[in-house]
Design a protein around this ligand. Structure first.
Ligand SMILES: [Zn+2]
Ligand SMILES: [Zn+2]
Length: 451
């Protein structure tokens, strides 16, 4: 069957709009629009039948029937005008007809576009993508329609809608579409009767480093171990195990400046609650979700966070980051070399001379050697029990008092330093306690450097 015959057959049974007519033949012809395809078909059909009507005296009825179909069923004004001009009786165009396939969605794309523009007015974005979720009723109807007329060169409602609405929006707001990483995705939920819009705003990632000066706060917020966050008597109905955290001290300022809905803190490893993070700090990335503002004054935020949290935490080196960097940050954290300062208390008195000789032994045994660490008792409830081999790179020691020493220890990432000192009941081998032949306790620990 030829295209012209197909078109006439379609309008014999259904009314579809010009966009949808062109859409049914979308794979044919290029560098044009579906509307132009549809209009051209109707116009060519009108001209063909007009030509026959004028030039032949036979089959006049056929040409008049075809033109009438184009005017009355397809609502095509040029066909209507031809019939009127040639003095053939024809009913006036009915404008109340609804497209069988798209329920006139494609005749009102301006409204959809305008709706999206209004809803994104107070959001900062450089580019966007239009998506849609089409009601299954519309999809089924169209599938049956295509099967009925054996239409194999069509384009889906979704593809046509997304592109055409995208064009209108882009022209109006002067921002380009972006298919891989759009700042916002405008999703239309299309029903024959109504529509709604969902917005997906791409998160903004901010990299920085933090120092932690308190020995009482964790890196991120912990749910109360009793109620798991619901709130109970034990946690004073806060749902939290600790009053605050590095994350909670900084994130509200980022959230309020970016007008994000919430945030997620990604740390490049973490220190124990009672361990301070000194020196140049530990890298982190803050993920700001659904931010209405993407261009942030990072210097200003840094200042404000640091001013509000004096002697608690400090952040520095802020810059924009990405999802990919979050992955790398987590992956690298285990392997990153670190330097610690440990204040160590011994059970029995040790003379300065003795300390010196033990320190020499420590250096000999540990530096550039591997230790074996079984998962410490204190974390065994949440970490799998296994033995890790880790390298110690350097050890310096200072004698303070007969029962108080300081060590600066440089290690491979992932070493349990407290256990390296105490021995953890033989689970870390060798250990400082073992060499000192004395019971040692790590009283205070600071991270001095993360490489
Ligand atoms: Zn339509
Ligand atoms: Zn609780």
């Amino acid at each position: 069957m030829f295209i012209f015959e197909k078109v006439l057959e379609i309008y014999h049974k259904y009314y579809i709009c010009v966009h949808c007519l062109g859409r049914m033949f979308s794979l044919l012809g290029t560098n044009t629009t579906n509307y132009e395809r549809g209009y051209s078909l109707l116009l060519a059909l009108t001209m063909e039948n007009h030509h026959h009507l004028l030039s032949s005296s036979e089959n006049q009825e056929v040409y008049i029937t075809n033109l009438r179909l184009l005017a009355e069923k397809a609502n095509f004004i040029p066909a209507y005008e031809v019939l009127k001009k040639e003095g053939v009786e024809v009913s006036p165009i009915k404008s109340a007809k609804k497209c069988y396939l798209c329920s006139d969605i494609f005749s009102h794309l301006e409204i959809y576009a305008q709706d999206a523009i209004t809803q994104t007015e107070d959001i900062e974005f450089d580019n966007f993508l239009v998506g849609s979720s089409v009601n299954s009723q519309l999809i089924n109807l169209e599938d049956e329609f295509k099967a009925e007329f054996n239409l194999l060169e069509s384009e889906s409602i979704k593809t046509h809608f997304n592109r055409e609405v995208g064009k209108i929006i882009s022209d109006n707001i002067n921002k380009p579409p972006e298919f891989l990483f759009p700042d916002i995705t405008i999703i239309f939920n299309l029903n024959p009767q109504s529509h709604s819009i969902d917005l997906l705003i791409r998160a903004v990632f901010i990299y920085g480093r933090y120092n932690k000066y308190l020995r009482t706060i964790p890196q991120t917020h912990w749910f109360c171990s009793n109620c798991k966050g619901k709130g109970c008597k034990l946690c004073g109905h806060t749902g939290k195990q600790y009053k605050t955290s590095v994350e909670e001290l900084m994130s509200p300022i980022f959230i309020s400046k970016s007008l994000a809905t919430d945030s997620k803190f990604h740390g490049g490893g973490r220190e124990d609650i009672d361990v301070r993070m000194l020196g140049e700090g530990r890298p982190f990335i803050l993920e700001l979700r659904n931010p209405k503002i993407r261009t942030l004054n990072l210097q200003g935020i840094q200042k404000q966070v640091n001013k509000q949290n004096k002697r608690k935490i400090k952040i520095s080196n802020l810059r924009y980051s990405s999802k990919v960097e979050v992955k790398n940050l987590k992956k690298n954290a285990e392997q990153t070399r670190k330097t610690y300062l440990a204040k160590v208390i011994s059970k029995h008195k040790i003379s300065k001379e003795n300390f010196k000789s033990k320190l020499a032994q420590l250096k000999e045994i540990f530096i550039d050697q591997k230790i074996k660490q079984r998962t410490p008792l204190r974390v065994s409830h949440r970490r799998s029990d296994k033995v890790r081999e880790k390298t110690i790179y350097n050890i310096e020691g200072k004698y303070r008092k007969s029962k108080l020493f300081e060590f600066i220890i440089e290690t491979q990432g992932g070493v349990y330093v407290k256990e390296l000192i105490t021995g953890d009941e033989g689970r870390t081998k060798p250990s400082f306690a073992e060499i000192f032949n004395n019971s040692l306790l790590c009283k205070e620990l600071d991270v001095l450097k993360i490489y």
